[in-house]
Write a protein that binds this ligand. Sequence first.
Ligand code: NAD
Length: 469
Amino acid sequence: MPDVTESDLIVLGAGPGGYAAAFLAADKGMKVTLIDAAEKPGGTCLHVGCIPSKALLHAAKLITDARDGEQWGIHFTKPKVDLAALRAQGNKIVDTLAKNLLELCKRRKVELVKARAVFADSQTLELDSGSRRRFKHCIIAIGSSPTIPAALKLDSLRAMDSTGALRLEEIPATLLVVGGGYIGLELGYVYAALGSKVTVVEMTDGLLPGVDRDLVRPLQNRLEPLFQKIHLSTKVAKLAEAGKGIRVNLEGAEVTEKEATFDRVLIAVGRRPNSGGLGLEKTKVQLDEKGFIKVNEQRRTADERIFAIGDIAGEPMLAHKATHEGKVAVEAIAGEPAAFDARAIPAVVFTDPEIAWCGLTETEARRDKHEVKVARFPWLASGRAATLARTEGLTKLVLDAESDRVLGVGIVGAGAGELIGEAVLAVEMSASARDLSLIIHPHPTLTETLGEAAEAIYGTATHLLRVRK
Ligand code: NAD
């Protein structure tokens, strides 16, 4: 048998879950090995997800903000987009962050190994380099991949998943986006701002299924003129290569043109966990019916030495949930009392306007017959929103009907993703609407909308008229 190196902890996957776990474990004095098949650490989030998409979204917003300048009497000429320079700027950001991660690995003495690993048994991994690695504990953090249903599989450079779309090979004259979820709307917005005629096809009867409708409406109102068409309750029955484009067959009660050709198609209909081909059958690790690894509140699998975190360990598939789980798993491995018991995992859709929410949504509260009060503050009444000419926003609180405790918060509007931080704190600290109403928010800022939404419950919101009974 070849030499086998042993680590206290092997972390499989160097994304935001994996590297956070590896760094904390090293800080606690463990001998840590971080294994990833990719050239550089950072995972999907850094290389083909959150970071490059947010860089492109920033560029897209520069374009739409410049267009909005008209209403301020500021007129820009039509922007000229230098695609190579735009790509280079995105790459520079990603490269810098990857370099920083490498440095953090080095300084913490985390051994970084570039390899694909499969389990040989409950304590051993086999690397594609031929070597074997033993561990006292292992954390699986190898994420998820885009789902491409059989009807949408097409071997063509014009049919892209999110990774392909982020490469920004060209600005197609026409783009079909299949899926009106996070990725479809974020990248659809980017391509539309850059000049593509974007059509979105969403299978359900609304964009961003699951998100409260009053939060989605202002976004949809702004996307409708930006996009060529949004088809709801519509499915793509077939994709086929057609000369210089892709011919698409659409199915849906309201679709008038059942067949259309697009220069490119982006398929963004969800992601699935990367749990296949990992040799998990050689361990006691169990999967659920969707392929997620089953874990307990410490993120321990059915195999006591093996933990799983992030997208592979269940929904929501969000980087910050992975990071938090990674830290919980390491604390559990270190023998500390630890559990993943977040009340509020924030979610942000980085379109313009942004949508952000945390904790209980109004939709969930109504579905589960939870006794709640909902407090709303429309941004039409916000001075700060007026100065931005962005009064379409809304801040709402979902409160326990009896105690007024803040159970959830939803925000749509400019910068909602930043505003949700205070809401997460309120939910996690069991703040009540009274607490939020008694905090002095700085004026003029959009944070005031949280305070005034809370005051609306007590009829003391300065900028809302009290409803007389
Ligand atoms: P998603 O689940 O957000 O959206 C997929 C959408 O596609 C849904 O609206 C669904 O109804 C629709 N759909 C499914 N099958 C379809 C079909 N055949 N035809 C038309 N529509 C169909 O998934 P996503 O946008 O692919 O993103 C995947 C995951 O990545 C998200 O769930 C999220 O966890 C993560 N993500 C997060 C962010 C963020 O935090 N800002 C951004 C991008 C991705």
